[in-house]
Write a new protein. Structure first.
Length: 136
């Protein structure tokens, strides 16, 4: 098996409404996302997938959604808050923790990759010292 990885960044605001400390306040992160895709064999074009094609997919399915957006769990408290904010809001079923963002991003990317290429690993940095990972 062979893998390639491409790195992306996006700027996103959020709040963890059930958090006992500062993370319940609106704040933002410069997220770093590392996307690793794999295939059993190198293809006829001597790649498993062109980095440029991978970039198009991630831009369309992930960056467009999250960059310069406010991400909120859809609940009563956040619905009230959003009435006072003129912002691009992405509503989620869950709190926008790094774990839930990875879960969402994984589904988006997997739905966009065609065999024999598959998503192998995601690494999402929320801060310089805090990150989440998913691996097949
Ligand atoms: N398991 C998780 N815990 C926390 C998450 C998360 O997504 N998953 N998120 C947060 C907050 O969003 C926070 O902004 C990031 O947390 P933290 O690493 O504590 O950020 P700090 O910059 O304050 O880190 P220090 O190392 O304390 O400076 C909280 N928890
Ligand atoms: Zn945060």
């Amino acid at each position: 098996m062979i893998s390639i990885t491409k790195e992306f960044t996006f700027e996103t605001a959020h709040r963890i409404s059930n958090h006992p400390a500062a993370c319940r306040h609106l704040h933002g992160h410069s997220y770093r996302l590392l996307v690793t895709v794999s295939a059993e064999e190198i293809q006829e074009n001597d790649m498993i997938i062109d980095f440029k094609v991978l970039k198009q997919i991630i831009n369309e399915k992930v960056i467009k959604t999250f960059d310069h957006a406010l991400v909120l769990k859809r609940n009563e408290e956040n619905t009230k808050l959003a009435q006072h904010i003129d912002s691009k809001i992405f509503w989620m079923e869950y709190e926008p923790t790094v774990e839930r963002l990875i879960e969402y991003i994984k589904i988006q990317i997997e739905n966009s990759l065609a065999k024999p290429v598959f998503l192998k690993k995601l690494k999402l940095f929320e801060t310089a010292t805090s990150f989440g990972e998913w691996e097949k």
